[in-house]
Design a binder for this molecule. Structure first.
Ligand code: FAD
Ligand code: NAI
Length: 496
């Protein structure tokens, strides 16, 4: 009895302690303290974007060093790796979004967040022009502001290669709105197929879902769609299940070109078992109303009826990026994206730093790269602020006097400052690859992890659990973690 009493008390203390900690953390989260106001003596740092690169920078930067302004058409950060799960309802949209003001409100000095689209950057006069594109536009929706330093992190947009019908009829998978639109469309396909009198042929067409692009995005979307169709549609629309057909189209000879041969084979096998058709060596040539035009490498073009086309064919530079590059023709010679030096400064415009998918570097356009670049810049801006402060002090000294004691002291002080400035060395950016993970449906994932200098590959259900725990811990806030974990449980118990 004595032992049970002790155990009971320890458990009670543990539960009360955990509840108290949770309450304290959430209370602190929702009630941040006062912030320092803008300081006219500080330099202005403008950050364009609120994605992986920008948010990682914002999280780490010491805002007491700068007057910081964030400009982005979205006032939130989107956790892209879980976007395909939102498209099929495994997760709710809010679970993968983090308001940018949440991040900035917890900084020591206030940060100005402006929901607007940057439309032009002038690297000579060091200004940014932006426009409010929302339906409720202010009287003067376009403004231009100066910057001392600019962090350019606007990401990329979906590549369509100008293929007819893609922009108008295919569904992208880049923004939260894309996932929501895709969900609305495929639910509509299902309900229309269930409508009384719909012919067999039409049911087959409506329930044929085509995913274009065998990169990680296309694979994850196909995997998630499969889960929805198998785990939910089968129960709620049993009469429609025999008509369901999922096809993934890839122009190259195999899917997932950046993964190892074993994992490619594993993914292809899993897709076969899941009855997802993979058409490799096949180009999509057009998207029509109700069909997609395919061109196999060694065959004639054919038209395949379908109800939904998801387009995941890679990235291309945004218009504002192309315009910026056009202003620096001698340095910006790569059409794929912005060229930067080892310190992530734009070639030809050293006051602008570019990170993430808008750049063209030797790294893949991934969240991992963008977030490491953002964290690197936060460290660099600390050093830049220190250097700028010392340089300002140096400039304020009057070292021209001669002979007098004061002038000698001033010259000594100048020497001391110069030495301190010389000591500030900025290291180049170095990327540390933490591995690649992708969800392939049927509670299976694939992973390539560098362990002790070797590439370790794995695939299956255990990897899927690792995938979930890795992304749960990568989410930026306690709120997101709680929501995502809750959604996974909801889906497990109650379906999508
Ligand atoms: P983004 O994160 O795209 O952010 C760009 C920001 O700029 C956005 O906030 C946007 O609103 C804003 N913006 C756009 N235009 C303007 C403008 N004119 N003015 C101001 N702001 C603007 N990578 C991984 O490493 N692992 C994964 O598992 C993974 N999964 C993914 C799944 C999906 C479905 C997708 C689409 C991508 C995935 N990626 C993954 C890739 C990863 O999301 C990108 O590499 C990453 O988002 C790049 O970060 P970024 O900051 O450059 O751009
Ligand atoms: P991607 O560029 O990796 O793949 C696009 C694929 O579409 C290519 O294989 C291309 O050959 C194919 N394609 C292009 N046009 C086509 C056409 N007309 N017909 C048929 N196929 C066509 O793009 P994705 O998958 O969007 O990934 C972009 C970046 O985001 C990559 O760097 C990727 O690594 C990263 N990412 C990483 C994820 C992960 O690690 N789990 C998940 C999603 C994206």
């Amino acid at each position: 009895r004595g032992f049970l009493q002790v155990l009971g008390r320890v458990t009670l203390v543990g539960v009360v302690g955990a509840a108290g900690t949770f309450w304290y953390l959430t209370y602190k989260d929702r009630n941040p303290g006062p912030q320092l106001p803008f300081d006219p003596s500080k330099k202005t740092l403008v950050i364009l974007g609120s994605g992986w690169g920008a948010t990682s920078l914002l999280k780490s930067i010491d805002t007491t060093d700068y007057n910081t302004v964030v400009i982005s058409p979205k006032n939130f950060f989107l956790f892209t790796p879980l976007l395909p799960s939102v498209a099929v309802g495994t997760l709710g949209a809010k679970s993968v979004l983090q308001p940018t003001r949440y991040t900035t409100r917890h900084k020591a000095r206030q940060v100005s967040v402006i929901e607007a689209e940057a439309t032009a950057v002038d690297p000579v006069n060091k200004t940014v022009t932006f426009t409010d594109t929302s339906p409720l536009r202010p009287l003067e929706p376009t403004r231009t502001i100066p910057y001392d330093y600019l962090v350019y992190a606007v990401g990329a947009e979906t590549q369509t290669f100008g293929i007819p019908g893609v922009k108008e009829r295919a569904f992208f998978m880049k923004e939260i709105g894309d996932a929501e639109q895709m969900q609305t469309r495929f639910l509509d396909c299902i309900e229309t197929a269930a409508f009384p009198g719909t012919s067999e042929e039409e049911k087959r067409r409506l329930l044929h879902m085509v995913v274009v692009g065998g990169g990680p995005t296309g694979i994850e979307v196909a995997g998630e769609l499969h889960d929805f169709l198998e785990e939910d549609l089968k129960s709620w629309y049993p009469e429609l299940h025999p008509y369901v057909h999922l096809t993934l189209v890839e122009a190259l000879p195999n899917v997932l070109p950046s993964f190892s041969k074993e994992l490619i084979a594993y993914t292809e096998r899993t897709f076969k078992e899941s009855r997802i058709d993979i058409l490799t060596g096949t180009m999509v040539k057009g998207v029509n109303e109700g069909s997609v035009r395919l061109k196999p490498k060694d065959g004639d073009e054919l038209e395949v009826p379908c109800g939904l086309v998801v387009w995941a064919a890679g990235n291309t530079a945004r218009k504002i990026t192309r315009d910026l590059m056009a202003q620096l023709p001698e340095d910006q010679t790569n059409k794929r994206g912005i060229l930067v030096d080892d310190h992530l400064r734009i070639l030809g415009a050293p006051s602008i730093f570019a990170i993430g998918d808008c750049t063209s570097t030797s790294y893949a356009p991934t969240a991992q790269v963008a977030s490491q670049q953002g964290a690197y810049l936060a460290r660099m801006f600390k050093l830049i602020a220190k250097k700028d402060g010392l340089e300002a002090k140096l400039a304020g000294l009057n070292t021209t006097g001669d002979g007098k004691d004061g002038a000698v002291e001033t010259r000594n002080e100048a020497e001391r400052l110069k030495k301190q400035i010389d000591k500030i060395k900025r290291k180049p950016f170095h990327y540390s690859h933490q591995g690649s993970l992708a969800y392939i449906g049927s509670d299976k994932a694939i992973a390539e992890l560098p362990i002790f200098g070797r590439e370790w590959t794995s695939g299956g259900v255990a990897t899927f659990l690792f995938w979930r725990s890795a992304y749960l811990s990568t989410l930026f806030s306690l709120r997101n973690r709680a929501l995502v974990a809750g959604d996974w449980m909801r889906t497990k118990f109650f379906g999508r």
